[in-house]
Design a protein around this ligand. Structure first.
Ligand SMILES: Nc1ncnc2c1ncn2[C@@H]1O[C@H](COP(=O)(O)OP(=O)(O)OP(=O)(O)O)[C@@H](O)[C@H]1O
Length: 396
C-alpha cells in the first residue's frame, strides 16, 4: 500500500506527549534518554544516544497497547505510563549494513499485559501496509514496509530515511481513504498515532471537532474559526449539517430530554486552557437560540463576564483561567411534550461556583495575576480612589 501521498508533509508525522510528561510538574529524573537522529549519507538512519557513561546505550520506548483505551490504565503520574515500558540500555541501530540480518535494532520488551498489537502487527507486516514507527524523540513517523525477515522489518520513512526495526514496534496505519474521518470509531486501526494523525489532519483544516463515539473531542484553535453563529445554529437545528460540533451535542441533549423526559448533562473536561469555558458558552449560545427568543437567554449569557470577573484570573497557561469549578443548570419551563422543533424559553440558569481558589486573592505565582475584578476596579475608579485601591493591593 502506498504512503499517504496526498497528505502534506506536515501531516505525515505526529507527536505523542513525552513519556515523562507530567501535567504541571517538572520532568522526573528518570527520563528517557532520547536518541539523536543522524541521517547518514547512504540514507539509512541510525539511532544513537550517549548513555550515562558516554556509551551508546539508548532507552527505547515500547508501546504495548491501544493508546486510547489504555490511558485510563496508567498510574496517576503519567498519562502514558500504562502504555509504555522502558527497555533501558538496549542496543541502538548501529552503522551495520542493512542487509545484515544480525544488525542490532531497538529491542522491544514485552509487557506483563502481553503485546496486544502483535497479531495486527504481524498481519500488517505480512501485507506490507503502511505503518507508524515511534522515533526515540517521541515523534511518530509514517513508514512504508520495504521488507520483512523474521522479527525485523526495513521501513522507509519520508525524506528517504530507511530504518531496520523490530516488526513488533510497528503500528499499522489506516488507508488514505480514512484520513480525516469525522468519527474516530470509523478508523480500521484505532491506535495512538492514528488518532493523533486524524485529529491533526482535521485541525489543520480548521475542523477542530471530532467524534469518538458519543464523545466529542475539541481541539483549541486559539484563533477565530468560522464555525459559529446563527447560520450554523440553524443548520444544526434543521439537521442539514452533520459534522461534529458542540451545537450537535447540545442539540442531542435537548432532543433526548424532550423525548425521554430525563435530565441531561454535558460534561466538559480538559486541562487548563483547553477551551472548556469557551465550549460551555458555545453550547449555551445554541440552547439560547433554541430557547425561543424571549431575550432572557441572552441576558443570562451576559452574566458570564460578571462571573468571570470574580472567578477568573490570568495564569501562565491561560489569560482567562477559571479558578473555580462550575456547574451550570439550565431549567426549561413549560416544556410540553413533543414540542420540537421549537422550545419554550428558559426558566432560569443556575450557576454554581465551587472550590474557588481563595489563596489567589492574596498571593499568586510570578507572571500570574489575581482575579480580574481587582484590576477592573482600579482601572474604572476615579484617580484619588484608584490610589487607595493600589495601596491596599500593595499592602496585601
Ligand atoms: N472554540 C474556540 N475558538 C477560538 N478560541 C478558543 C476556543 N476555545 C478556546 N479558545 C481560546 O482559548 C482560551 C482558553 O480557553 P478557556 O478559557 O475556555 O480554557 P479552559 O479550559 O476553560 O481553561 P481553565 O481551566 O484555565 O479555565 C480562550 O480564552 C480563547 O482564547
Amino acid at each position: 500500500m502506498s504512503q499517504k501521498t496526498g497528505v502534506p508533509p506536515s501531516h505525515r508525522f505526529t507527536k505523542s506527549l513525552p513519556v515523562d510528561f507530567r501535567f504541571m510538574g517538572s520532568p522526573t529524573s528518570d527520563v528517557v534518554g532520547y536518541a539523536d537522529i543522524n541521517l547518514e549519507t547512504d540514507g539509512v538512519t541510525n539511532l544513537s544516544s550517549p548513555g550515562k557513561n558516554g556509551d551508546s546505550g539508548v532507552k527505547v520506548v515500547e508501546r504495548v497497547g491501544n493508546g486510547v483505551a489504555d490511558t485510563e490504565q496508567g498510574n496517576e503520574d503519567s498519562p502514558y505510563s500504562g502504555n509504555v515500558k522502558l527497555a533501558e540500555n538496549s542496543p541502538s541501530v548501529g552503522d551495520e549494513d542493512l542487509d545484515s540480518t544480525t544488525a542490532p535494532f531497538p529491542s522491544v520488551s514485552k509487557s506483563s499485559n502481553g503485546h496486544r498489537w502483535s497479531d495486527i502487527t504481524s498481519y500488517a507486516t505480512k501485507k506490507k501496509v503502511q505503518s507508524w514507527f515511534q522515533l526515540p524523540n517521541g515523534n511518530w513517523e509514517l513508514g512504508r514496509i520495504m521488507s520483512t525477515s523474521g522479527m525485523e522489518s526495513v521501513i522507509s520513512l519520508p525524506a528517504g530515511k530507511v530504518l531496520k526495526v523490530n516488526s513488533d514496534s510497528l503500528i499499522p496505519a489506516n488507508p488514505d481513504i480514512l484520513d480525516g474521518v469525522d468519527d474516530l470509531m470509523q478508523l480500521s486501526y484505532l491506535n495512538e498515532p492514528s488518532v493523533l494523525f486524524n485529529l491533526r489532519y482535521r485541525y489543520n483544516q480548521d475542523m477542530i471537532y471530532t467524534k469518538a463515539g458519543p464523545v466529542l473531542v475539541a481541539i483549541n484553535p486559539f484563533k477565530k474559526v468560522l464555525l459559529y453563529g446563527n447560520d450554523y445554529i440553524e443548520a444544526y437545528k434543521n439537521k442539514s449539517i452533520e459534522s461534529p460540533h458542540v451545537y450537535a451535542i447540545a442539540d442531542t441533549a435537548i432532543r433526548e430530554m424532550t423525548r425521554d423526559e430525563v435530565n441531561q448533562s454535558i460534561i466538559i473536561s480538559g486541562e487548563s486552557g483547553a477551551g472548556k469555558t469557551e465550549t460551555a458558552k458555545i453550547a449555551m449560545q445554541y440552547l439560547a437560540v433554541l430557547g425561543g427568543g424571549s431575550g432572557i437567554e441572552y441576558e443570562i449569557l451576559k452574566t458570564n463576564p460578571i462571573l468571570e470577573a470574580f472567578g477568573n484570573a490570568k495564569t501562565l497557561r491561560n489569560d482567562n483561567s477559571s479558578r473555580f469549578g462550575k456547574l451550570i443548570e439550565i431549567h426549561l419551563v413549560n416544556l410540553e411534550k413533543y414540542l420540537e422543533p421549537r422550545f419554550k424559553p428558559f426558566g432560569f440558569v443556575l450557576h454554581m461556583a465551587v472550590l474557588l481558589e481563595k489563596s489567589r486573592v492574596v498571593q499568586c505565582a510570578g507572571g500570574e495575576r489575581s482575579y480580574h475584578i481587582f484590576y477592573q476596579l482600579c482601572a474604572g475608579a476615579p484617580r484619588a480612589l484608584r490610589g487607595k485601591f493600589v495601596a491596599i493591593v500593595i499592602f496585601l
